[in-house]
Structure formats: structure tokens, C-alpha cells
Design a protein around this ligand. Structure first.
Ligand code: SAM
Length: 273
């Protein structure tokens, strides 16, 4: 199997390949962690993997899942993946920047929900998860490795200086739990920070509003100027709402975004829609 230290070093040497910083490449080399990911999928799963790397997770999930579509941006790695995973008929490697694909269109071609698996390049964690959660109606869960500090924001719902729209999205669509913490020593090369794998399980009954785009436009508006009160943020973003309308639904118009809960956004949506 690819996902261990000796085999990874073998492949890197064989292809004279060096991890590229610009693509956030840190290869997972701990079989026990990979095993935990595999335990989270089923024989019926259709997996979309984002950032296949040398194929450590790709190969392992393919031994159980029905089908794996693995996206990798780096053409050098795609060549290596195609050579090493050639024997797996249920793996399809796609060389593409995942951020640019039409995910909704892709997922519409499956008549079942898919599972997203990713050891994310950390610098695009927020953008990637936002893209994935925007098609929550077509996925069943997201298994994602991320920087431990970023994972804390989801599991502890911290509303510190990095509090963002994605946290509200995750709360709306998912039940989030930690699968395991992952020490930085489990990667080649060793990154600067420790990681954690989170499971974002899409709630069956998440749908609380008809127009989710409008709901999250309202959330974005409230986040637009963190220091300003929500009333002025909403009005500046083009939502005509007056203080009394907010008071009538039990939301204080002078609150700042970190004082709002998901239920408050849903109430504001009810006034605006
Ligand atoms: N999954 C492998 C593993 O666990 O060992 C590799 C993980 S590495 C942290 C992230 C991978 O994502 C790299 O192989 C990188 O080239 C790829 N990647 C980075 N940006 C990408 C993008 N926009 N679309 C697809 N793949 C990307």
C-alpha cells in the first residue's frame, strides 16, 4: 500500500519528486490514520477525493468504496498516480484545479449522494469547504483533514477573530465531529502545524429555509464589517430592514456578528424573504 513512510520515500526517490510548497503538498504516511478514514466509508460509497497527492488515501478508499474520482492539480503527480493506481478499475484520476470545476454539474450526474474526502491543501481550506457545502443536497458527508486550529473553530464553534461565514454554513448543514488528531510527524515533508480530521455529516433535516443562497447572503452581509452593528451591515448590503422589524423577531439590531446564532439569521431571513 502507498500510505506508509517506506513506500512514500520509495515513490519520491523513484520519480525523483520533491513536494511542492505552492500546492500545499504534505503526504500522509501513517496507515492507522488512513484506516480510520476507510472505516468512515461504505462499500456503496462514491468518493470524490480532492488533492490525491501520491495516492495514499485514494488507494486505501478504493479497496472498499464503489468508485473513487480523485482530483489532483499537479500534472507530475497525476502521471505518478496513473502509473501506480493503474490496476484499480474503480479509480478515476482527474487533473484539474478542484476550485474551478462545476461541482454541482458533476454531482448532478450521479443518482446518489457522494462522499467527499480530502487531506486539504491548508491555504484553500475555507474556499474548498464553502464550495463543497454549497452542494450539501448532493453529498452525504465530508471527511476533511485540516490544520488543528481551523478544526477547533468547527468543533468548539469559537467566535474569535477568525470567525467566518463557513462556520455558520457548517452549523446549518452539518453535524461536525472529530475523527482523529494527526501529528505533523505523520507527513512527509513535516508541516509546521498539527492537523485534525473532521467529519461533516450532512443533516437529513437541515433544510430550514427555501432559499439558502439568500440566507447565506444575509449571513455574509452581517459579516461584512465585523465591528459594525448588524442593522447597518444589512442595510449597507442592500437589505432594507428597520430596527423595529428586528426587535419584533427578538433580535437586537445593535448586536455584532459574533453575538448572532444560526436561529437569528433564520429569523432575519423570515423578515427579508
Ligand atoms: N491526499 C494526499 C495525502 O494525504 O498524502 C496529498 C495531500 S496534500 C496535503 C494536498 C494535495 O492537494 C497535493 O497533492 C496538491 O498538489 C493537491 N492540490 C492542491 N491544490 C489543489 C487544487 N486546487 N485542486 C486539486 N488538487 C490540489
Amino acid at each position: 500500500m502507498i500510505g506508509n513512510r517506506a513506500k512514500t520515500i520509495d515513490i519520491l526517490n523513484k520519480y525523483d519528486y520533491r513536494a511542492k510548497k505552492k500546492f500545499g503538498q504534505n503526504f500522509l504516511v501513517e496507515p492507522n490514520i488512513i484506516k480510520k478514514i476507510v472505516e468512515e466509508i461504505t462499500e456503496d460509497s462514491i468518493i470524490i477525493e480532492i488533492g490525491a497527492g501520491l495516492g495514499a488515501i485514494t488507494q486505501a478508499v478504493a479497496t472498499k468504496a464503489k468508485q473513487v474520482i480523485a482530483y489532483e492539480i499537479d500534472s507530475d503527480l497525476v502521471r505518478i498516480l496513473n502509473e501506480n493506481l493503474n490496476d484499480y478499475e474503480n479509480i478515476k484520476i482527474v487533473q484539474e484545479d478542484f476550485l474551478k470545476i462545476d461541482l454541482d454539474g458533476l454531482l448532478s450526474s450521479y443518482n446518489c449522494k457522494v462522499t467527499i474526502v480530502s487531506n486539504l491543501p491548508y491555504y484553500i481550506t475555507t474556499e474548498l469547504l464553502t464550495k463543497v457545502l454549497s452542494v450539501s443536497d448532493k453529498i452525504d458527508k465530508v471527511i476533511a483533514m485540516m490544520q488543528k486550529e481551523v478544526a477547533d473553530r468547527f468543533t468548539k464553534n469559537e467566535k474569535g477573530k477568525d470567525y467566518n461565514v463557513l462556520q455558520v454554513m457548517a452549523q446549518y448543514y452539518c453535524d461536525v465531529k472529530s475523527l482523529t488528531k494527526v501529528s505533523k510527524n505523520n507527513f512527509i515533508p513535516i508541516p509546521k502545524v498539527d492537523s485534525e480530521i473532521l467529519i461533516f455529516e450532512i443533516k437529513e433535516d437541515y433544510k430550514k429555509v427555501k432559499d439558502e443562497k439568500l440566507l447565506f447572503d444575509i449571513v455574509k452581509a452581517c459579516f461584512s464589517q465585523r465591528r459594525k452593528i448588524i442593522l447597518s451591515n444589512l442595510n449597507k448590503s442592500g437589505f432594507t430592514i428597520n430596527p423595529q422589524q428586528l426587535l419584533d423577531i427578538g433580535v437586537d439590531p445593535t448586536l455584532r456578528v459574533e453575538q448572532l446564532e444560526l436561529e437569528d439569521y433564520i429569523k432575519i431571513y423570515g423578515v427579508i424573504v
